[in-house]
Ligand binder design. Structure first.
Ligand code: FES
Ligand SMILES: [Fe+2]
Length: 287
């Protein structure tokens, strides 16, 4: 994963145990190729964009994408890479075109990526960590390639972001969490307006495993969405980012160095998303 604004030059990324080079062709379309030149193996991270291909620095052969096994799509200001034969739906939000998204620099967290995804579905921690009380029972639904949790809360916290959220939402927040494997999406409905948070987690290459629960660090890519027709759009974007980061920073603190034993998980929605994650094709190897 990468940020769209970073594709001004070729970028090397790790994905599913492979090293790839992402670049934007002359037509503006983002593409990905395997990182090593098919000619004599030079690393294409040193290459330059030539039309819609990458020119290898060593002998100037042009490496195109016609046979690349990778598919690239941009949305939310982020670049998503999947295998060309991967059929699961890409992460999405309701009426995506109604939102304007801004990304921030990725955050390195000392917690395995799957723990972070699980946290979004951990209902008991809402009160303990985020100071939110459920107004009614949450609902869990499954779609193809996606699991969703919807809940409504009131705010019990007294920190600056809690008080601001209380004011903006009239103390009633409807939230929808969607898990698409390594990408989690929060959609918040405050009654008079909506917002969206995209969290993409990249497993660190050395921590990937097909069998066991992942361990080690992860990198989180964030994108914040506000309605395009907002009044004072910059202020809205800044406020939305502040509120989401205040929310997430509580998770970053408490999840740090977590060692999770799945057998001890006793929350229904956390267990459901753990089952969902481990059932995914390429479990533990997506990036
Ligand atoms: S190694 Fe890339 S062109 Fe020769
Ligand atoms: Fe959390």
């Amino acid at each position: 994963m990468a940020r769209s604004i970073e594709l001004t030059k070729p970028r090397t990324v790790n994905f599913a145990g492979s090293e790839l080079v992402l670049f934007r062709g002359a037509d503006g379309v983002a593409r990905a190729v395997d990182a090593w030149c098919p000619h004599m193996g030079a690393h294409l991270g040193q290459g330059t964009v030539q039309g819609n291909a990458l020119r290898c620095a060593l002998h100037h052969h042009e490496v195109g994408c016609a046979h690349s096994p990778w598919k690239v799509e941009e949305r939310f200001g982020l670049v998503f890479v999947t295998r060309r034969d991967h059929t699961a739906p890409l992460p999405d939000v309701t009426n995506r075109d109604d939102f304007h998204f801004t990304t921030s620099a990725p955050v390195e967290i000392d917690v395995p990526w799957a723990n972070f995804v699980l946290n979004g579905f951990d209902l008991p921690h809402l009160e303990a960590v985020h100071h939110r009380a459920l107004l009614k029972p949450a609902t869990i639904t499954h779609d193809v390639g996606c699991m969703r949790l919807e809940y409504e809360t009131r705010i019990t916290g007294r920190g600056p972001s809690d008080l601001m959220m209380k004011l903006l939402s009239r103390n009633h927040v409807r939230a929808r969490m969607s898990c698409f494997g390594t990408v989690g999406i929060v959609e918040a409905n405050l009654g008079w307006t909506r917002s969206a948070l995209i969290c993409g987690v990249s497993p660190r290459p050395e921590t990937q495993s097909n069998e066991a629960w992942p361990t080690g660090h992860s990198r989180t890519w964030l994108s914040f969405g506000v309605p395009k027709n907002s009044l004072a759009p910059r202020l809205r974007a800044a406020m939305t980012k502040w509120l989401y980061l205040a929310f997430l920073s509580r998770d970053f603190v408490v999840l740090r160095k977590q060692r999770l034993t799945l057998a001890n998980v006793d929350d229904e929605s956390t267990l459901a998303v753990a089952d969902f994650l481990t059932s995914l094709e390429d479990w533990g190897r997506e990036g």
